[in-house]
Design a protein around this ligand. Structure first.
Ligand code: DGL
Length: 260
C-alpha cells in the first residue's frame, strides 16, 4: 500500500484490524508529496513507479492505493498495467454520507487534484440530485498534517469549514462532512472542536479494508500475527511519529528510508 505520506496510516489501521494475519508493506512517498496540488502526470508517474517496486521487491498479492488523489488520477491506468493484481482504491465516501445525512446537505473536504478529477466529478454527478454536496479544496492541509503543525492544522480547518458553510443538525445546515483525503482523519479532533460532535465526520478506512478482504486472492494462515514494514522516500521521522501516535506503535516498527 502507499500514500503520498502518513495519510494512508488511517487506512492501514483499519486493514490491520480486518486482516490481522496479513503482512503489509507501506510506502510513504514523502519526497514527492503532496500529491494533491501536483499534476496528474506526476501522480501517475509515482503511482506506477511505486507499484512496480512493490511487485518486484516484495511480490505483493494486492495493492491498496491508500490515497484519494492517486486513486482518482491513476487507478484505471494501474489496472490496465496489472490486470492480474488485486488493486483497491480509496475515494471520498459520498455514498455513506448520503446514507447518514438527515439535512441532505453534506460538506466534502479533499485535495484540489481529487475534486478536479473526472472520477470524482462522475461520482458526484450520479448523486448530486439527491443531496446538496458542498466541495472544498483544502490546499496545504495534508502538508500541515504531514508536518504535524498543529496551529496550522487548526487555522486551515477553520478557514475551510467556514468556507463550506453552516454546520449543524437543523434544516438547511450541513450535518455530515466527508474527509476525502486519507490525511484528514488525523485532523478529526480539530474538526470536531470546530463543528461540534453533532456533525458526523465520514472517512472510509473500514469499507476499504472490507473491500480488500473481498478481493484478496489468498489469505495468510496460522497463528503468527501479520508484520508491517514502513518505508518512506523522504524524511522518515514524521512517519515514525505518526505511527507511534496514531497506531500506538512504540518501538519495533522503525520506518526505513528507501529510494524508489
Ligand atoms: N492522502 C492523500 C489523499 O488521500 C493526498 C495528500 C496529498 O499528498 O496531497 O488524497
Amino acid at each position: 500500500m502507499f500514500d503520498s505520506g502518513i495519510g494512508g496510516l488511517s487506512v492501514l489501521k483499519a486493514l490491520r484490524a480486518e486482516l490481522p494475519l496479513e503482512d503489509f508493506v507501506y510506502v510513504a512517498d514523502s519526497a514527492y508529496a503532496p500529491y494533491g496540488e501536483r499534476t496528474d502526470a506526476h501522480v501517475i508517474g509515482r503511482t506506477r513507479t511505486i507499484t512496480a517496486h512493490l511487485l518486484a521487491r516484495y511480490h505483493i498479492k494486492a495493492l491498496v492505493v491508500a490515497c484519494n488523489t492517486a486513486t482518482a488520477a491513476a487507478i484505471e491506468l494501474l489496472r490496465q498495467d496489472h490486470p492480474k493484481l488485486a488493486i483497491i482504491g480509496v475515494e471520498p465516501a459520498l455514498k455513506p454520507a448520503l446514507a447518514h445525512s438527515q439535512t441532505r446537505r453534506i460538506g466534502v473536504m479533499a485535495t484540489r487534484g481529487t475534486l478536479q478529477s473526472v472520477k470524482f466529478r462522475t461520482l458526484l454527478a450520479t448523486l448530486a440530485e439527491q443531496v446538496d454536496f458542498v466541495c472544498q479544496p483544502c490546499d496545504g492541509l495534508a502538508d500541515a498534517i504531514e508536518r504535524q503543525e498543529t496551529p496550522r492544522i487548526k487555522a486551515l480547518c477553520e478557514i475551510y469549514t467556514t468556507a463550506i458553510g453552516q454546520f449543524g443538525t437543523q434544516a438547511g445546515q450541513i450535518d455530515s462532512l466527508v474527509l476525502g483525503c486519507t490525511h484528514y482523519p488525523f485532523a478529526s479532533e480539530q474538526l470536531t472542536e470546530l463543528l461540534g460532535s453533532g456533525v458526523k465526520l465520514i472517512s472510509n478506512g473500514e469499507p476499504v479494508a472490507r473491500q480488500t478482504r473481498r478481493l484478496l486472492p489468498s489469505f495468510a494462515s496460522g497463528e503468527r500475527p501479520g508484520q508491517c514494514l514502513l518505508l518512506s522516500t523522504g524524511a522518515s521521522s514524521s512517519l515514525e511519529l505518526a505511527a507511534q501516535y496514531w497506531l500506538g506503535w512504540y518501538g519495533g516498527v522503525t520506518p526505513v528510508l528507501t529510494f524508489i
